[in-house]
Design a protein. Structure first.
Length: 510
């Protein structure tokens, strides 16, 4: 890890901390013989190896933090057997296999031997990426989204490399980037957007979407961006292998000239790197140099929202953004990108001009609405996007059909898990009516499925209501108000403040 073309076998980090041996997770118990002692020694080794991996990667992160222009030329040695083992254990155990047909359980039958072999192939350059198996999943709008299912070893290696690269890029990415980053999620992005709209001077919203982003990003530009920070040629070769691995569909392997394989473990990080240089740095600079009023930015992957105090800023930003994206082989989706009047004063301003209610926009599965409290104050109302709810209900209907002959208790347990999972994401303040409507529709679908089991079925609504009360969770708001959660996590962030870590306000560094 050195500047420029200088190379070394180990990272050069100021103030390198001393390693501390970890205490074993379990100690020998008297009277259990040698087996317990072996288990303790194995646990001790695993604990120490986990600490060693964490400490080494923490030193990488510290070096990235101290020098934003440092190019890391020695990184692959961090991809050791301990990191590969952790990557394997972090994978979904029931995931569909890739083109090699190897499942998580298959690989684990001789795990240590397999990891030793994989580690050796990685470091002597013999590792080969396999093509992804194409699979389509339904989108909320009824269209199909293509996904690539990678081979198990490709998932392991990609996850390990991503863990290393994250330590670097988490020091570079700006505060308003939320998608697929450690410690950040969709509700963090939703909170930041709500805080910016309700506490900031936002009167106009640019709801933007990049057309076919994952299929359009340029490999040449991407590798150029990666090389700003990554100088380890072995890591760069791995990334190129994954980009060029191709997709297997109908017995034919196609190798794309552009785009990032959707479904690959490393794709979200590569997408964030691409948009960091194409969009984030540019947008942050634009609002510092050209904006007359406040500007808020919230991005989750290729879906982002920009709020403006003045319409003139919004129009100039959109024109400049279209030109910027065109330079990097990207474009805004013409149907999904809109500039609308929205914010605390939008309703009153439109009423003065004889216009109707402010338009709504959707972001991360929620429709955002300008509303009022009972006392007449502005309230940002969020409710589940209609298309998303309909898609989930369709999925439940198909699931009930597949379980048509299953015991009622089995159907109830399955439905309870599905509804709880749905509520876990959508149970935000102001969304209770939509949750109640969803639960009612689930009950209706379940009753219909039960009545179809027999022509003589006598299930009444009253009898069925007892079943629903037993198995389906009640509507309950589990998420706090977005302002409360956002300002607890970012206590120094106030509208207009220069807060680098939160980065929702004009002039902020995030």
């Amino acid at each position: 890890m050195t500047h420029g073309r200088e190379k070394s076998d180990s990272p050069i980090v100021p103030g390198k901390p001393t390693n501390k041996a970890g205490r074993p997770a379990a100690e020998p118990v008297e009277g259990r013989g040698g087996a317990e002692g072996n288990a303790a020694r194995q646990s001790r080794r695993r604990t120490q190896s986990r600490e060693s991996v964490s400490q080494a990667l923490d030193r990488v992160r510290e070096a990235a933090r101290l020098d934003g222009k440092l190019q890391f030329t020695a990184l692959l040695h961090h991809v050791d057997i301990d990191l590969l083992r952790g990557s394997y254990r972090a994978l979904k155990r029931g995931a569909a296999p890739g083109v090699d047909g190897t499942t998580w359980q298959d690989y684990g039958e001789d795990l240590e031997s397999n990891l030793q072999d994989l580690h050796g192939r990685i470091h002597r350059g013999a590792y080969r990426a396999m093509p992804s198996r194409r699979r389509t999943i339904p989108k909320a709008d009824g269209r199909q989204r293509p996904l690539g299912i990678a081979a198990l070893e490709d998932k392991i290696v990609q996850r390990a490399v991503t863990a290393v690269l994250n330590r670097i890029y988490e020091e570079d990415f700006l505060g308003f980037s939320y998608g697929f980053r450690p410690g950040r999620g969709q509700h963090d992005a939703l909170d930041a957007l709500a805080a910016g709209i309700t506490r900031g001077k936002v009167s106009w919203i640019l709801d933007a979407d990049i057309a076919g982003f994952f299929d359009s990003l340029s490999h040449d530009w991407l590798m150029g961006f990666v090389e700003h920070r990554i100088g380890d040629r072995r890591v760069l070769r791995l990334i190129r292998k994954w980009l060029k691995a191709g997709v297997l569909e109908d017995g034919r392997v196609t190798v794309p000239e552009e785009g990032s394989p959707q479904g690959a473990v490393i794709s979200p990080l590569l997408a964030n790197v691409y948009l960091h240089y194409v969009l984030d740095l540019w947008a942050h600079q634009w609002r510092q140099r050209h904006a007359r009023g406040d500007v808020i930015i919230v991005r989750y992957a290729d879906d982002f929202v920009v709020g403006f105090q003045y319409r003139s800023d919004a129009e100039r930003f959109r024109a400049a953004l279209e030109a910027r994206l065109e330079d990097f082989a990207l474009s805004l989706h013409p149907d999904k990108t809109r500039l609308i009047e929205f914010g605390r004063f939008a309703a009153s301003n439109r009423e003065k001009r004889g216009l109707g209610k402010p338009e709504t926009f959707t972001f991360l599965g929620f429709t955002h609405i300008c509303a009022k409290t009972r006392s007449g104050k502005f309230q940002l109302r969020r409710k589940t996007r209609r298309k998303r709810m309909k898609a989930k209900l369709k999925e439940i209907k198909e699931g009930l059909r597949a379980r048509s002959q299953a015991p009622v208790s089995e159907q109830g347990r399955w439905l309870g898990q599905v509804v709880r999972g749905y509520f876990a994401y959508h149970a935000v303040p102001t969304n209770a009516p939509a949750l109640a409507a969803f639960r009612y529709d689930v009950k209706r679908l379940w009753l219909h499925a039960l009545r179809r089991r027999s022509q003589n079925d006598r299930t009444t609504w009253a009898k069925f209501a007892r079943l629903a009360e037993r198995w389906l969770p009640k509507v309950r708001i589990t998420h706090p108000w977005p302002n409360e959660r956002f300002f607890v996590r970012h206590p120094r962030q106030e509208p207009g403040a220069l807060a680098a870590h939160a980065g929702i306000c004009a002039g902020g560094a995030g």
